[in-house]
Design a binder for this molecule. Structure first.
Ligand code: 4AD
Length: 430
């Protein structure tokens, strides 16, 4: 019976064959332990000299790391292994012998591992992170589908830019200039006027010259947009969504969290409601904490965000930022026009901002004025202005950065390990 490692619980006491790679091995005189991986998981294969032919035992002892195999054996329960099962090997067929696999069990430097990202992905840690990433994506679709949202795909090649024009990747679009999308938001607003509640999930591109553990040049964003939702309504969706994905990972990726040595107690109690603090109060709080480098009107840097986040054990919303440091489309607060109805959600434990969102301006004249004030080319935004010209309604939305969210939930220090092939400031390969 051919099976995969995640399915072996169905075959306890039976003989199965697994297509696998040799991740690692060790042997003592009469017994060889093979660490096998097949993509679905990891299992230990045990080869006992007295139970197999001399030929098989010698083969097991001489196998090289990452050789591909068909391994046949009997599945046994094993309470000592975190996985709970092991394979008592009866036969090994070598499909391909890997010679001098570059990533050995010893420690390698990050640059070396990044140069070998196409192979590094095979390691236990990277496997766990990719499984958690996949679970967050799965739970995202589940959450939004269960709550009546329609998935809409905005374009990647765009003519207009929502988040300012300094970080755009420019490319030729026949005779015109085009930009790689830095956010699908404006298109999602159009879609919300057609379909009510929508969400997108796609790659976004920022030519940011930032070399930090939170910045990628290409990252994936989930962008919900909701017609007739005001600022408060949107905050509620955001906290429910984030609590939902954390609980999904907690429930469905227990093995992976253990493999990453994630402190699960930090995730267990992530439930709604999330705390909130206004930008004004955040500035006061930072001054009390001795941050003299920041004044009203400045954007927060990573140390500021971390100081605020450390005060709470759940993600925190920082709301009502100054109009001057936010994009053109944000709705002014009803009682004062120097701040806007926006919120950033800051993850605990120093992982930084995972969500940016706001209520959108839906007054045609104000929106036009803001586009002009931001020196954006009106012609490129004419279609967007149409949304507030024909049956304009209050609406809100937000964008969650997938990689920062994966980093936080997995407890991985740097976002470069949360995406299969990271695009960084100085890295386009592999
Ligand atoms: O705050 P941002 O720039 O918001 C927008 O783009 C809005 N248009 C979204 C919307 O309202 N539909 O980005 C949203 C999130 C951030 O909170 C962060 O998690 C992530 O995207 N992000 C990055 N992640 C990795 N690398 C980068 N360079 C990122 N820039 C933003």
């Amino acid at each position: 019976m051919k099976t995969t490692i995640t399915e072996v619980h169905k075959y306890v006491g039976q003989e199965v064959t697994i297509g696998a790679w040799l991740a690692n091995k060790r042997s003592s005189g009469k017994i060889a332990f093979l660490q096998l991986r097949d993509g679905t998981g990891f299992i230990q294969g045990v080869v006992v000299k007295n139970d197999v032919s001399e030929d098989i035992f010698q083969k097991a002892k001489s196998l090289s790391q990452e050789s591909s195999l068909y391994v046949t054996g009997t599945i046994q329960e094993d309470s000592r292994s975190p996985f709970g099962y092991e394979l008592l090997v009866t036969n090994i067929e070598v499909l391909h012998e890997a010679v001098d696999y570059p990533i050995t069990p010893k420690n390698h430097g990050t640059e070396f591992l990044m140069d070998h990202r196409h192979l590094w992905l095979r390691s236990r840690k990277q496997h766990a992170v990719m499984k958690i990433r996949n679970e967050i994506i799965r739970a995202t679709y589940e959450f939004f589908n269960q709550n009546g949202f329609v998935k809409v795909d905005p374009p990647i090649l765009t003519g207009s830019a929502p988040e300012g024009t300094t970080e755009l990747f420019k490319t030729k679009y026949f005779d015109e200039d085009a930009f790689l999308s830095q956010s699908g938001q404006l298109y999602m607003e159009a879609a919300a006027m057609a379909l009510g509640k929508v969400f997108s999930f796609g790659p976004t591109f920022r030519a940011e010259k930032s070399k930090t553990r939170r910045h990628l040049i290409e990252f994936w964003m989930i962008e919900p947009e909701m017609a007739f939702y005001e600022f408060e309504d949107s905050l509620k969706v955001q906290e429910e969504y984030v609590a939902y994905i954390v609980q999904s990972v907690f429930k469905n990726c227990s093995l992976e969290l253990d493999r990453l040595e994630r402190d699960k107690s930090k995730l267990e109690n992530i439930a709604t409601p999330f705390p909130r603090i206004t930008y004004d109060d955040a500035i006061k709080f930072l001054h009390e904490k001795g941050f003299d480098d920041i004044k009203w009107g400045d954007d927060f840097g990573a140390p500021h965000e971390t100081a605020i986040a450390d005060h709470f054990d759940k993600p925190v919303f920082i709301t009502h930022y100054p109009t001057s440091i936010k994009p053109f489309y944000m709705q002014p607060a009803p009682d004062r026009d120097d701040v806007v109805l926006c919120a950033d959600m800051i993850a605990p434990e120093g992982y930084g901002e995972i969500i940016g969102g706001s209520e959108r301006i839906h007054d045609y004249e104000l929106l036009k004025q803001r586009i002009e004030e931001h020196n954006l080319p009106l012609a490129a935004y004419q279609w967007y202005l149409d949304l507030s010209k024909y049956g304009s309604v209050p609406h809100s939305g937000f964008g969650l950065g997938l990689e920062r969210t994966v980093a936080w939930i997995s407890g991985v220090e740097h976002v470069r390990e949360t995406i299969p092939f990271p695009r960084l400031l100085n890295r386009l390969y592999p």
